[in-house]
Design a protein around this ligand. Structure first.
Ligand SMILES: *Cc1c(COP(=O)(O)O)cnc(C)c1O
Length: 389
């Protein structure tokens, strides 16, 4: 593949490896191991590194196709796939950090990511400081001699706060730390963190990469040296690998990624504008609205606003629950990244386990509702929501 293809082309074509049968569509290799012609070849393949197909915990052709396609789309040299988004963050951390190291992490990251750094990795002697996603100075002030990793997610969930990737990457570089960006909400269709100075991109492929709510998966993309010499070795040994079946589903999902992200972003923007005009709506959070505090930054950094819209109702929790319960089509579920639109009440679901004070500090009020817009018609979405106002 020439590397000058545009994203839509890479999504359909990059990474495909055909067998001798010349199949047109990508093959699903459901096999746990691979055979050798003789003992000498087996020995050679075992010492040959990541390119040899030996055993599907670490090498499988379907998984390789998915990894190569995603690497091309993110503009990275290498990619390793994992069983879930969380296992991607775990594998990266286990491979790159050791006891005594320090992490600086945005406060506005996925709840399980907070628990991973503040709870699990703390038990292994890795300390984490949580800082503002919006203030690069806060990141600078948190740096210590043993700071090895910066971690952020942009736009954030559920308030769609935008971190300045290039500014925070510059701080990381001065500190001698690596910057990892969880690119779940935008996907490479809307944002390419490596081009903005990030060292690694993390994905929950469960969301927009699959895009249809079918499988769990994750990935880490970045330079060959970090990904293959560092993280791949951890995965090979510890085994939180992606199944070939899930890799195949995600691989086919990547073919429609740009189309879906563009359509879902356009629909989300229309819905956000409509929501701003509804009675009882105090505030709408969506990066492509002029009222968004980081609107200019979002326009520089992203190609569209993404599919997640949050809004605050004046009537608090009662109004939020009434709106959610009045829907007949939209799915009441905490997941996102699906062609089916979903609706959730963050304060009592995704952010229900944190203290009321921490929730208030994070801006997650009782009246906040999050909608992750799918591919249904705009008119039907509005009708479903209008019933609850
Ligand atoms: C869902 C999600 C994750 C975790 O991914 P899983 O595939 O569920 O493990 C990580 N980061 C973000 C931003 C997410 O939305």
């Amino acid at each position: 593949m020439k590397d000058t293809f545009e994203l839509a082309t890479l999504g359909v074509r990059a990474g495909q490896a055909r067998t001798e049968f010349k199949e047109h569509s990508e093959t699903l290799f459901l096999t746990s191991s691979f055979v050798f012609d003789n003992a000498q070849q087996a020995a050679a393949k075992f010492t040959g590194g990541e390119d040899a197909f030996i055993y599907s915990r670490f090498t499988n052709p379907t998984v390789s196709m998915m990894q190569d396609r995603l690497a091309a789309m993110e503009g990275g040299e290498s990619c390793v796939a994992t069983a879930s988004g969380m296992s991607a963050i775990l594998a990266m951390s286990m491979a790159l950090l050791k006891a005594g190291d320090h992490v600086v992490c945005s406060k506005a990251v996925f709840g399980a990511t907070v628990q991973l750094y503040a709870g699990i990795l703390a038990r292994f002697g890795v300390e984490t400081t949580f800082v503002s996603p919006l203030d690069a100075g806060d990141w600078e002030r948190a740096v210590r001699p043993r700071t090895r990793l910066f971690f952020l997610e942009t736009p954030s969930n559920p308030l769609t706060e935008i971190s300045d990737i290039a500014a925070i990457a510059a701080v990381a570089k001065r500190a001698g730390a690596l910057l990892a960006v969880d690119n779940c909400f935008c996907s490479p269709a809307l944002q390419r963190p490596l081009a903005l100075g990030a060292d690694l991109v993390i994905h929950s492929a469960t969301k927009y990469l699959d895009g249809q709510g079918r499988v769990l998966g994750g990935a880490i993309v970045g330079p060959r040296k970090l990904v293959m010499d560092g993280i791949f070795g951890f995965l090979r040994t510890a085994g939180p690998c992606l199944s070939p079946f899930n890799a195949w589903v995600i691989l086919k999902g990547l073919e429609t990624l740009e189309l879906r992200m563009n359509a879902q972003s356009a629909s989300a923007l229309e819905l956000a504008r409509w929501l701003e005009a509804q009675p009882g709506v105090a505030r709408v959070y969506y990066p492509w609205l002029a009222s968004h505090p980081q609107h200019e930054l979002a326009r520089r950094q992203q190609r569209a606003g993404g599919a997640v819209v949050s809004f605050e109702l004046e009537g608090g929790r009662a109004a939020a629950w009434k709106l959610i319960d009045a829907t007949r089509m939209i799915s009441i579920t905490a997941n996102l990244g699906d062609t089916k639109t979903t609706i959730t009440h963050p304060a009592t679901t995704t952010h229900g386990r944190i203290s009321p004070e921490a929730r208030a500090a994070a801006g997650i009020t009782d009246g906040l509702v999050r909608v992750a817009v799918g591919l249904e018609s705009q008119a039907d979405l509005r009708e479903d929501l209008a019933r609850g106002f």
